[in-house]
Structure formats: structure tokens, C-alpha cells
Design a protein around this ligand. Structure first.
Ligand code: NAD
Length: 411
């Protein structure tokens, strides 16, 4: 495959930004097809591609028509959550390798449709969970693989991102998320924190998630925001009822005995954080302070200054443990989105596509991680009763070797 002809389906915030900042800068990738249900979004992207490359991609508001005419080598689905599975299944059926943006699944059927279609067609599919490609998560995974933290016992993370203004302006921005907050109460965005944790714990590769319980707080954040922005808010929002709890805590038990704690925290005032933390018998990594603590580092406890001295000490492990994609990161690469991880992610997708190897995040990871959404909804609805997490590998996880997004073994 000399040049990869690529199509983007869904040209809202994410698709439009990925196309310009993460995909087009990659050599050997050409935008051959563009699709959004809105004409103006298609035209904005088409004009950009034409101006930058002189080429005019196939454009349609119907992804089937666009794929049929453009005949891309691969496609990205960056539409709203509700369209992901349908479009991904269609692409796999047509033999078009497909990269799918993140989201949760609202039913078991959606997850099994992805797995069944992949097993029938063997068309490559990858969940584009960019946090699996971030520096901190990769560093902590490499340290884990080298045994620095001992045996891992627990890992935690959060999607802590104040989305009140963005989601409550859904009508104005033609954005899809508000309806989910009216209709559902669940962990609706599990993969940013779960993805890197699942990779680190070897989920679907010798280990698996067995069960979960979820607890939701009351829902106040959106209503309070609407009340205190009455002068500027869309009047349709006033008096609306939101089912989605502001804080959803989910605890997952793994077959090898580890626990995972996830927190959805997207509708109260706060700063952004993912709070990625790994705990083992010999030490820990904590994203907030970018700190590695190894048992015996007693200076940590001598004085408060001792603790502060170690803030950001994870940097000292980078030379030995970071994969080349981050050690050799260019200034341009850092601009690819989310501090560079979006570019690292897309390069890994195209590399796997060219080399024909396993996708870094395959259909089994995708189904398992997305299932947390419908399972958490059921748990919350049943008063936090435990829910079994299906084994989407149908037993194969027992013998599947670890497959990190990069080779993280220390040379
Ligand atoms: N990985 C990340 O860091 C990250 C960041 C933001 C968003 N996302 C994900 O990206 C996806 C899109 O989010 P967004 O914020 O861009 O939403 P958005 O609403 O701004 O954009 C989605 C676009 O998809 C289009 N669309 C919907 N159904 C379609 C269909 N059937 N065919 C073609 N186009 C269709 C919509 O018209 C819209 O323009 C979501 O899955 C979201 O979770 C990921």
C-alpha cells in the first residue's frame, strides 16, 4: 500500500480537528472521502483538503455513498456515539478497515455485533482510545512490565472534565450528547481511564474483567448551571430534567484479583484530570504529581519537602522506559492533539494497517471497554447490584499473549 486513501465519517469537533492536526500531517495518507450529515461540515473539510493538497475528496452526507465512490483503504468513524456501531459494522462488512472514536455501548447486542462482524469478516478494526498512547500511561505501563511496582493490585482513573457548557449548548452546536444525559444514568465515557488500565493489567490477554458495581450520585450540576445562566442559556434548557448522576463510581473486579476504580465526573465545576494511578506490592505511579514511588524511598516521608522533591520524578525514568514515539517526539508532533498523543495514536493505527499486524486496540478490547456503559447503567438501576462482564473473547483470553501498543520491554 503506497498511499493510504483515508475517509473521515463525522466532521464535528473531533473529526474536523483530527483530520487537520493528526491525520493530514502523516506522510503517505491522503484524504479520499469525507462524510457528515451536515452539508456545511462536509464543505468546510473539503475546502480545507483542497486548499492544502490541491485534491478534491469524494464528499457525501451518506457514508454508504461516500465509501462506495471513494473506495478508501480505511476509514475513521468520528460521528456521535449512537452511529459508531452501525457504521463500524458496515465498514467491516465492506472490507474497509475502520478506526472508531471512543464512546460507550448502551446494549450487549452492540458489543457482540462488533465482535461477530469482525470474526466473520476479519476486517481490521481499532478503538481510537488516545489515552493509551499518552506519555504518562505508557511510561507507567513500561515500569509495570519491568516489575518496578511489583505485582499490581489496583489501578484507578477518572474522566474528570467539566463539560457543562459544551453539553448544554448541544442544540446550538448540533452536538449529540445532551439527550444521553436526559435518558441514561451510567458510566457513559469509561475508556479514557479504563483503556490504559486494561492494557496494563493484560485484560483479554491472560486476565479479564469479571464483574462490576456502579454507584451514581444525584444529578444537580446541569440544573444548577442552567439556573445560574438563565440570561444566556437556551430557554429550552430551563426546567429540563437530567437523569445522569453527576458522579458515577464504578468498581471492577478482574479474574487475576486486581480491582479497577473508574469515576465519571463531567457535570460539576472542576479542573481536567484523568487521575491515572497504579498500585503494586513494591510501588506506585500517580499521574497528578507525575510521581513514581518505590517502597523504601523513605525521603518521601521525612519532610513535606521530601515529598515535593519527588514531584515529577517520573521524568527520570523516561530515557530508559519511554517508547521511541515519545522519546523522539517532534515539536510538530506535539501539536497533533491532546499534547501529542493523537498523532502517536494515528501513526500506530496506520503502521498496523500497513504491516497487517494486530491492531493496537482490537475488537475484544473495544467490546469489553464499551460494555462498561450498559453494565453500569444496569447496576445503578438495580441499586448497585454486581453485573457480570461478558468474556467477548469466548475463552481465548486465557492464551492470548500481552500485546502492548508499543514494545514496552526495556532493551
Ligand atoms: N478521543 C478523544 O479525545 C475525543 C475527544 C472528543 C470527542 N471524542 C469522540 O469523538 C466522537 C465525536 O465527538 P464530537 O465532539 O466531534 O461530536 P460532534 O457532535 O461535534 O461531531 C459528530 C459529527 O458526526 C456527525 N454525524 C452523526 N451521525 C452521522 C452519520 N450517520 N454519518 C455521518 N456523520 C454523522 C454529526 O453531524 C457531527 O458533525 C465521539 O465519539 C466522542 O466521544 C473523542
Amino acid at each position: 500500500m503506497d498511499k493510504i486513501k483515508f475517509a473521515v465519517i463525522g466532521l464535528g469537533n473531533r473529526g474536523w480537528s483530527l483530520m487537520r492536526n493528526a491525520i493530514m500531517p502523516i506522510d503517505g495518507v491522503e484524504i479520499a472521502g469525507l462524510c457528515d450529515i451536515y452539508d456545511d461540515r462536509c464543505e468546510r473539510a473539503r475546502a480545507y483538503v483542497a486548499e492544502k493538497t490541491g485534491e478534491s475528496p469524494v464528499v457525501s452526507t451518506d457514508y454508504r455513498v461516500m465509501l462506495d465512490k471513494a473506495k478508501p483503504d480505511a476509514a475513521l468513524v468520528s460521528a456521535g456515539w449512537g452511529a459508531h456501531v452501525e457504521i463500524a459494522v458496515y465498514c467491516m462488512e465492506k472490507g474497509i478497515p475502520v478506526a472508531v472514536e471512543v464512546g460507550g455501548a448502551y446494549s450487549a447486542e452492540e458489543c457482540w455485533a462488533l465482535v461477530d462482524t469482525y470474526e466473520k469478516t476479519k476486517t481490521p478494526i481499532m478503538l481510537m482510545e488516545n489515552c493509551c498512547f499518552n506519555k504518562a500511561e505508557l511510561l507507567a505501563t513500561a515500569l509495570t512490565r519491568d516489575g518496578v511496582f511489583g505485582e499490581i493490585v489496583h489501578a484507578s482513573g477518572a474522566y474528570a472534565h467539566d463539560l457543562r457548557a459544551e453539553i448544554l449548548a448541544s442544540e446550538e452546536n448540533r452536538h449529540y450528547r445532551l439527550q444521553y444525559h436526559k435518558d441514561h444514568n451510567c458510566e457513559n465515557y469509561p475508556t479514557h481511564e479504563l483503556g490504559p488500565i486494561a492494557k496494563l493489567l493484560g485484560i483479554n490477554r491472560g486476565n479479564r474483567m469479571v464483574s462490576l458495581v456502579s454507584v451514581a450520585s444525584k444529578s444537580r450540576g446541569f440544573a444548577e448551571y442552567v439556573n445560574s445562566h438563565k440570561d444566556t442559556i437556551n430557554p429550552n434548557r430551563i426546567g429540563e430534567v437530567y437523569k445522569q448522576g453527576d458522579i458515577v463510581n464504578t468498581l471492577i473486579t478482574c479474574e487475576n484479583g486486581e480491582t479497577i476504580s473508574l469515576r465519571l465526573d463531567a457535570s460539576l465545576p472542576r479542573t481536567y484530570n484523568r487521575e491515572f494511578t497504579v498500585r503494586g506490592t513494591k510501588g506506585m505511579y500517580e499521574m497528578g504529581n507525575n510521581m513514581v514511588f518505590i517502597d523504601g524511598m523513605k525521603e518521601f516521608f521525612d519532610t513535606m519537602k521530601g515529598y515535593l522533591t519527588y514531584q515529577d520524578n517520573a521524568k527520570t525514568y523516561e530515557e530508559k522506559y519511554l517508547p521511541a514515539a515519545w522519546r523522539e517526539m517532534s515539536a510538530e508532533g506535539l501539536k497533533s492533539g491532546h499534547g501529542g498523543m493523537d498523532g502517536v495514536e494515528f501513526r500506530a493505527f496506520f503502521k498496523a494497517l500497513r504491516e497487517g499486524g494486530e491492531m493496537p486496540i482490537d475488537v475484544y478490547d473495544m467490546a469489553a471497554w464499551m460494555s462498561i456503559t450498559y453494565l453500569s447503567e444496569k447496576s445503578i438501576a438495580e441499586g448497585s447490584m454486581p453485573q457480570e462482564v461478558p468474556d467477548f473473547t469466548r475463552g481465548a483470553y486465557k492464551d492470548r499473549p500481552i500485546h502492548d501498543v508499543f514494545d514496552l520491554t526495556v532493551k
